[in-house]
Design a protein around this ligand. Structure first.
Ligand SMILES: Cc1cc2nc3c(=O)[nH]c(=O)nc-3n(C[C@H](O)[C@H](O)[C@H](O)COP(=O)(O)OP(=O)(O)OC[C@H]3O[C@@H](n4cnc5c(N)ncnc54)[C@H](O)[C@@H]3O)c2cc1C
Length: 494
């Protein structure tokens, strides 16, 4: 029987999502939930491993699984790969010491370099950071090539909704496709959607926020300014003084209302640093200046409010820069990212959790499958100007010193294995972690490392004929070590 001849039945799930709507439904007097009748869903495909979400974590997961013999399907809701790197224009590579550059990361960077899609930003006033900027267009091609080489099958414009569950184990995914609702069968499912939506809708416990609020960090509408000529160097004090006076006058006239401009200090600091420059040949600036505060990223109305507010902040900031900042005379707002930048949303519950102490104290574990060596980087959700990284306290200074010495904290295998549902894993920013730990491990290379580990583990668990829960982490670690790319293309220079 061909898979498409099969039909599966699914139940309406998403109890937690319904709960999230409680406040608004009570106000309007609408029903809190509705019952959806059971229905038949055609089966579109049948794979060993299905990865949901083609961002840094999902691409690496799919490659990791396919390399080890699993017939692997990656589903992605957008029409390109790269996730936030592309859709949110997160075109920036940051590391403190390179300890977090692992595995597939090196092939990714090599591919970008070959295509002229990488700009090293060493010596750009960035202190101990290892920095680069990537070309988001080339990111799409590099992932496409790496996935093809590994033999991963791909479906674009497919939105994973929830898992099909049988006897407490995931046996596939229900997805919205261009053909309608379809079932995709699999022996292992890996949620790399960033938002953890597939696992959460299947009943895996999760949390969000900073412990006190539904929000954890500010959202940022990244934007690009094109046509920037000359003067890419930071501005001198005299020029800055002129720019500041011009800004004061514009604010007094009421020309600008965006909070990022009204919070003048932060805005001027950005102009001084000129933000990020995209790869060679391109006269572009990339800005992560905007901040939208107190957003519940899982509330559809609030997220829409943030989207509109962020875009307006970007427009006003770009407008001022194009009119009044030297070097931007011929410039224009090139684009604002397709999606507002989201740093934190669901953190799914796994068999283990990366704790705040793990991150602060650089804890190591024998069952570690990845490393995080970035700052504790919490963009305050209630301030336009407060710094994201603490550089002042003694504890923060001690942490920075250890990072400068090459230290990291470990991410354990159990953080990738969903609690409560067998055959279901997760990787990237939705893995099992506390708020403070997530603020560090959300960085792209660490998401890739956890994705790769999840993919390899999914494939090995099939070979070993055990569930991911039963799989010995040592086997995964040994395989990752064998697969390790021995010639890193992106050399840290400290
Ligand atoms: C403003 C901002 C600045 C940042 N700065 C940096 C930085 O300088 N350096 C750095 O390394 N990191 C930075 N980050 C963090 C980093 O970009 C993200 O944490 C990282 O991309 C997360 O990777 P991921 O694969 O887990 O998720 P994502 O990159 O979000 O990828 C998830 C993918 O899943 C897809 N998807 C979602 N839902 C579904 C579904 N239901 N079905 C199918 N597909 C789905 C999405 O379209 C996307 O392609 C920044 C983030 C933001 C927002």
């Amino acid at each position: 029987m061909r898979p498409s001849d099969l039909c599966l039945q699914t139940r309406g799930q998403g109890r937690r999502t319904a709960e999230r709507f409680r406040a608004s439904t009570e106000i309007t007097g609408m029903k809190k939930v509705i019952q959806q009748p059971a229905r038949e869903i055609p089966v579109l495909a049948d794979y060993d491993v299905i990865v949901c979400g083609g961002g840094p974590a999902g691409c690496a997961a799919a490659i990791g699984a396919a390399r080890h013999g699993a017939r692997t399907l990656l589903i992605e809701k957008d029409g390109f790969l790269g996730g936030a790197t592309v859709s949110q224009l997160v075109c920036v590579i940051l590391s403190k010491n390179g300890a977090d550059f692992q595995g597939i990361w090196h092939a990714y960077i090599r591919g970008l370099r070959r295509r002229g899609g990488l700009r090293d930003l060493e010596g750009s006033g960035c202190g101990e950071n290892i920095r680069g900027a990537v070309d988001p267009e080339q990111v799409k091609f590099v992932w496409d090539a790496l996935l093809s080489q590994a033999g991963v099958d791909l479906l674009h414009h497919v939105y994973g909704c929830n898992c099909l569950i049988r006897d407490g184990a995931a046996i596939g995914v229900v997805a919205e496709t261009r053909a309608g609702t379809r079932a995709l069968l699999a022996r292992r499912v890996i949620d790399c959607t960033g938002d953890g939506i597939v696992a959460a809708q299947s009943g895996v416990a999760w949390e969000q926020g900073d412990g006190s609020h539904a929000y954890a960090m500010a959202l940022t509408q990244v934007f690009r300014i094109g046509g920037v000529v000359g003067g890419l160097a930071p501005l001198d004090d005299r020029t800055m003084q002129t720019v500041a006076e011009t800004l004061d006058a514009a604010l007094a006239r009421g020309d600008y209302t965006a909070p990022v401009i009204t919070e003048k200090l932060r805005f001027l600091n950005y102009i001084r640093g000129r933000s990020w420059r995209l790869p060679e040949r391109r006269r572009e600036l990339l800005s992560v200046l905007s901040r939208v505060l107190r957003v519940d990223p899982l509330d559809p109305f609030d997220f829409t409010r943030a989207t509109r507010e962020g875009r307006e902040q970007a427009r006003q900031a770009a407008d001022f820069m194009c009119r009044h900042v030297p070097g931007c005379e011929q410039a224009y707002l090139l684009d604002s990212a397709a999606q507002i930048g989201l740093r934190s949303s669901r953190r799914l519950r796994g068999l283990a959790t990366v704790t705040e102490q793990d991150a602060r104290e650089f804890r190591k574990y024998p069952d570690a499958i990845a490393r995080s060596s970035w700052d504790i980087d919490i963009w305050p959700a209630d301030s336009y100007t407060a710094p994201a990284v603490d550089h002042g306290s003694p504890a923060a200074r001690a942490r920075h010193a250890r990072l400068a010495d090459g230290d990291w904290f470990d991410i354990r295998y159990g953080c990738l294995v969903a609690a409560g549902i067998d055959q279901l894993m997760m990787a990237g920013r939705c893995l099992s972690a506390e708020h403070v730990a997530e603020s560090s491990l959300r960085i792209q290379q660490t998401c890739m490392a956890t994705g790769e580990a999840a993919g390899v583990a999914a494939a090995l668990s099939l070979k070993e004929k055990v569930t991911p829960r039963e799989l010995d982490a040592a086997i995964v670690i040994a395989q990752l070590e064998k697969d390790r790319d021995v010639q890193p293309a992106f050399q840290p220079s400290r």
